[in-house]
Design a protein around this ligand. Structure first.
Ligand code: SF4
Length: 211
């Protein structure tokens, strides 16, 4: 497996952007464009609630918030919303919990993000983390996530594809689909109007329309 250096590390949150849409990932992480919509605003409020930093202690349970994460194997860094530490005999077993607005999605972007967090923790703490959970704001329920081999492989492949995209420095063309309706960047991306063009060319055409 590739070992990255500190200067190669990419924001862990980009994994979910890449799975949602390569172009969205490039617009955010190459072109540094960000726009908030109702979905991201709900998510931000939920994250802020989960993100009051510190450590809580209960009997047999410690809860750490905003834990900094890093993996040189995946080339990622970021923060975990919550990492619970469950008492197991003399040891404490980490159990990452990610907070998301909405409900479980059809794709595996939330699971990949959580798995990447777990793999960061494994590398930092030198132990195995078999499972975690995702809490969805709409259902107000926790969904358990097992970090099995298929999910770990998908996470490694996604991280590698994310690095390739950022290294290329190229924003892929828009391809309109149903996901665009929930995309925070749809007004900037213009997926129907720029199906095979860059945002820069689209804006240039508005400024200098051809008669
Ligand atoms: S509007 Fe559609 S094509 Fe454009 S970034 Fe969003 S999801 Fe991707």
């Amino acid at each position: 497996m590739t070992m990255y250096s500190d200067s190669d590390l990419l924001p862990l949150s980009g994994l979910q952007h890449l799975i949602f849409c390569e172009r969205q990932c490039a617009l955010i992480h190459i072109e540094h464009i960000w726009s908030e919509n109702i979905f991201t605003a709900e998510g931000r409020v939920l994250h802020e609630k989960a993100h009051e930093p510190g450590i809580e202690r209960h009997k047999g349970l410690k809860i750490a918030r905003e834990l900094l994460l890093k993996s040189m194997k995946l080339g990622l860094s970021g923060k975990a919303d919550i990492v619970e530490f469950h008492r197991e005999g003399k040891n404490w077993r980490p159990f990452p919990v990610e907070y998301k607005h909405g409900k479980p999605k059809k794709n595996r972007c939330d699971e990949v993000q959580l798995c990447a967090q777990a793999m960061c923790l494994e590398e930092m703490l030198e132990l195995d983390i078999p499972e975690g959970a995702i809490f969805y704001g709409k259902t107000r329920r926790r969904f358990p996530v097992k970090f099995d081999e298929p999910l770990r492989s998908l996470t490694i492949e996604t991280a590698a594809a994310y690095h390739r995209l950022i290294e290329s420095g190229i924003t892929p063309p828009a391809r309109y689909s149903k996901r665009c309706d929930a995309c925070s960047l749809k007004f900037i991306c213009q997926p129907k109007g720029t199906a095979h063009r860059s945002v820069a060319r689209y804006l240039a055409n508005i400024m200098n329309p051809k008669e």
